[in-house]
Design a protein around this ligand. Structure first.
Ligand code: NAI
Length: 343
């Protein structure tokens, strides 16, 4: 194991500090070699540094190129721009990797093991939107532009294909809507098929599926899929759908991978309704930490963490309220650390 790995730590808002502290304690128990540079962002950034994404936080990630992040609050409608979106742009975090795996048997869907790879920077999320006024209605017409580039599609598809090979996946499904948005999502489909033919043919199976049919198929028979790769908006929606197949947001991690940094986080938000009550489920962030360990070539530590989570949830039956349990964040964390020390 390397002696130390410098990483930026952002506790975030709402339940962020509770789940981040739980995750740091678990990583310490694992002996993970992270040296944390603690920084602030989101609402906490505004309170402490007058900025939802302070320069010190950006400088820290520039230096470490690696961060573990709690959820950041973004005001709806007015207010400041999402610090998450700014982080993605600042560090060109073009790939959003969201695995969803069944951890607790007995739910509506058993044995789910899927990965959604979402393009994180382009498409309809670039924010080129405006209204046109007609007569006295300032919002008579709404217009949004999407932009997908050959280069942006290619680097994301390449990332997804390499990830499929590295993790022994059998099939990649390119999800699109090229029958209607012929240019905007046609370029993604065309680039994916071309890249497969030229560089990846035979190394895994390829499949193409239209987004609406994909949503239905995921609910009817999710086991037919393995890796789903898609553009920004479709990926955003599908990754939450897939989270729903494995017990909800408390169980799903996300990694934002880019040319200049990698940022690991839970998929869920700051859960203001339960903040400060000590009942939040830290599993999603713990699984994000497992992805971070793998990213840092610490696969044995990641495997130890995953099997300790499995044992705590299923053998010890220690679970937080969102999973139907009665345990607090602190009790779950203690039980998990005991398991880690025994594995
Ligand atoms: P949310 O994900 O924070 O909460 C939705 C529901 O799930 C709530 O009932 C909450 O209590 C529950 N929940 C979420 N995580 C949980 C956990 N770990 N354990 C137990 N229950 C959990 O979504 P919401 O309320 O729409 O967003 C709140 C804030 O979070 C907003 O300001 C939003 O912008 C921000 N947000 C930030 C994200 C990020 O930083 N990556 C992602 C999504 C939302």
């Amino acid at each position: 194991m390397p002696q130390t790995i410098e990483a930026t730590l952002i506790a975030g808002d709402g339940i962020g500090p509770e789940i981040v502290e739980a995750t740091v304690a678990v990583l310490d128990a694992l002996g993970a070699p992270f040296r944390w540079d603690r920084q602030v962002a989101g609402l906490e950034g505004v309170k402490l540094a007058g900025d939802p994404l302070p320069a010190a936080t950006l400088d820290s990630i520039k230096r470490t190129r690696l961060a573990l992040k709690g959820p950041l609050e973004t005001p709806s409608g007015g207010g400041y721009r999402s610090s998450n979106v700014r982080l993605r742009e600042a560090f060109k975090l073009y790939a959003n990797l969201r695995p969803a795996r069944t951890l607790i048997p007995g739910g509506r869907f058993e044995n789910i093991d899927l990965v959604v790879v979402r393009e994180n920077l382009e498409g309809l999320y670039i924010g080129h939107e405006h209204y046109i006024q007609i007569d006295d209605d300032p919002h008579a017409v709404a217009i949004a532009s999407g932009v997908n580039t050959r280069q942006g599609c290619k680097r994301l598809l390449e990332f997804a294909f390499e990830h499929a090979i590295a993790t022994g996946r059998k099939k990649v499904s390119i999800v699109h809507k090229a029958n209607i948005m012929k240019a905007l999502t046609g370029i993604f489909l065309e680039t994916g098929l071309d890249l497969y033919e030229r560089k990846y043919k035979g190394r895994f199976a390829i499949d193409t599926v239209i987004i609406d049919a994909c949503a239905m198929k995921l609910v009817q028979n999710p086991w037919q899929f393995d890796v789903l790769v898609t553009t920004n908006l479709f990926g955003d929606i599908l990754s939450d759908l897939v989270a729903g197949l494995v017990g909800g947001l408390g169980m799903t991690p996300g990694a934002n991978i880019g040319a200049n940094a990698s940022i690991f986080e839970a998929v869920h938000g700051s859960a203001p309704d339960i903040a400060g009550k000590g009942v939040a489920n830290p599993t999603a962030l713990l699984l994000a930490a497992a992805m971070m360990l793998e990213h840092c070539r610490l696969a044995p530590e990641a495997a130890r963490l995953r099997s300790a989570i499995d044992a705590t949830l299923n053998l010890d039956q220690v679970r937080t309220g969102d999973l139907g349990g009665k345990h607090t964040t602190a009790e779950y964390t203690r039980a998990l650390i005991e398991r880690i020390l025994r594995i």
